[in-house]
Design a protein around this ligand. Structure first.
Ligand code: HEM
Length: 420
């Protein structure tokens, strides 16, 4: 059955100041009208919006709907994107690659995220969290306010993904500013173009950093993922890499995007989760009393306040979603954050209920591009939040957390707290 909305849909309300602060009323309105909408206002820059839970699931698994590969702007005859270092990096990364190249690169990187390898990281994760808790205690002595986002939610996942990939500890403080500049162009809305120049400069810095690191590890391998992948990559410039190979450009682009995507997302899982716990002391007590509850809690944080509200696809050929025709070349906005609040899947969707048993939210996507770091980031959340609140049982907000205004990498800029 064709389930398109009866009337026109516009992204205007979502991208307004109020919509960015709280997109959920907009999502509720969409759900009342059907799972897929057609966008007719050129200002929206998308042709179709998909937001029903089942429809999002279907769209993310449809082989006709591609991530934003370089083919899309090329097919439309716009070649300006090639002048931008940040866009060049993105299209060389797994996030924006399709077909055989995607399978080859995903196979190489998924070794790093196997259940065994992630489980083996557990002692390192606990150590990293403990060290950052010690640092928080120092900073918060005598009731001084501390930014728990900058001093805990950001460095913990940065240290974890740094550990996984092999980014030296001494270099990690150099990243956040550049990662923020690079990530700013990933949000929705034409306004993001004003960040392009800064994103290109950050991409050049980050590319240079990872290129040097790959060269150093190739010369003197260590026991880390970068050394392993450096030996699988080649800088011979072969046009068609063999199965065992990665081009150096691909390796660098993937290290950069994986490192960036691997910590800011998890930072916001921790920050968003903490504010939900602070508002619910009885839930905090339950999570602390029974560590098994942390998994359900983290899953509900991911559903209720996902760090990533959308993915983007384009139709490489004619297709359909929930019975709605999607023409070749259409730009499709896939609203993961809306799917997580679909009342047809999650009854009373705005209620925060860690006891729900209605299956996985779509915060990590679905299908061939399903997040490689899902198990790792859930594990980080399940350790970090209880350990933080066990160490500082009187932790309380020391001011209003700054508003959340982005839909990609959605979380607080700062989170001032007092530890006692
Ligand atoms: C709460 C934390 C995280 C969230 C919400 C998240 C979200 C997502 C989403 C929605 C996608 C799919 C994008 C699409 O379909 O277009 C994705 C892909 C991906 N994520 Fe995550 N992510 C998180 C943490 C991580 C971590 C910790 C890592 C690595 C250390 C990671 C690495 C990746 C990679 C490599 C992909 C691309 C997979 C592919 O294209 O085949 N993510 N992530």
């Amino acid at each position: 059955m064709n389930q398109v909305h009866s009337g026109p849909v516009s992204l205007g309300p979502l991208l307004s100041k109020e919509g960015r602060r709280d997109p959920n009323p907009f999502y509720a309105d969409l759900h009342a009208r059907g799972p897929v909408g057609l966008l007719t206002d050129p200002a929206d820059r998308f042709d179709v919006v998909v937001h029903g839970y089942d429809a999002v699931h279907q769209a993310l698994r449809d082989p006709a709907l591609h991530v934003m590969t370089g083919d899309y702007p090329d097919r439309r005859g716009t070649r300006r994107w090639r002048a931008h270092a940040a866009l060049q990096v993105l299209v060389k990364s797994i996030f924006f690659t399709e077909g055989g190249d995607h399978t080859r690169v995903r196979r190489l990187f998924s070794q790093a995220f196997s259940a065994r390898r992630v489980a083996a990281l557990e002692p390192a994760i606990v150590r990293i969290i403990e060290r950052r808790l010690d640092r928080l205690a120092e900073l918060g002595t005598g009731g001084a306010p501390v930014d728990v986002l900058a001093e805990f939610a950001l460095p913990v996942p940065s240290d974890v993904v740094g550990e996984l990939l092999g980014v030296p500890e001494a270099d990690r403080d150099w990243f956040p500013q550049r990662v923020r500049a690079f990530g700013a162009i990933l949000d929705l809305g034409v306004g993001v173009w004003r960040f392009q120049q800064a994103a290109d400069a950050a991409a050049e810095d980050l590319t240079g950093y990872f290129r040097d690191l790959v060269a150093a590890r190739r010369a003197e391998p260590r026991d880390d993922l970068i050394s392993e992948l450096a030996s699988a990559s080649s800088n011979t410039g072969a046009i068609v890499p063999t199965d065992a190979e990665l081009h150096d450009d691909e390796l660098v682009a993937n290290l950069l995007t994986m490192y960036n995507g691997g910590f800011v997302t998890t930072t916001h899982l921790i920050g968003n989760g903490l504010t939900l716990l602070l508002d619910r002391p009885e839930e905090t007590q339950r999570v602390l009393a029974d560590p098994a509850r942390a998994a359900g809690f983290v899953q509900e944080v991911l559903r209720h306040e996902p760090p990533t509200h959308f993915s983007i696809r384009w139709a490489a050929e004619d297709t359909e979603v929930a019975g709605v025709p999607v023409a070749r070349d259409s730009r499709v906005l896939v609203l993961l954050g809306a799917a997580n609040r679909d009342p047809a899947r999650f009854p009373d969707p705005d209620a925060f209920d860690p006891g729900r048993d209605q299956g996985q939210p779509l915060s990590f996507g679905a299908g061939p591009h399903y997040c490689l770091g899902a198990v790792l980031s859930k594990m980080e959340g399940q350790f970090a939040l209880p350990m933080l609140l066990r160490r500082f049982p009187d932790l309380a907000l020391a001011g209003e957390p700054g508003p959340r205004t982005t839909l990609m990498l959605r979380g607080y800029e700062t989170l001032p707290v007092r530890l006692s």
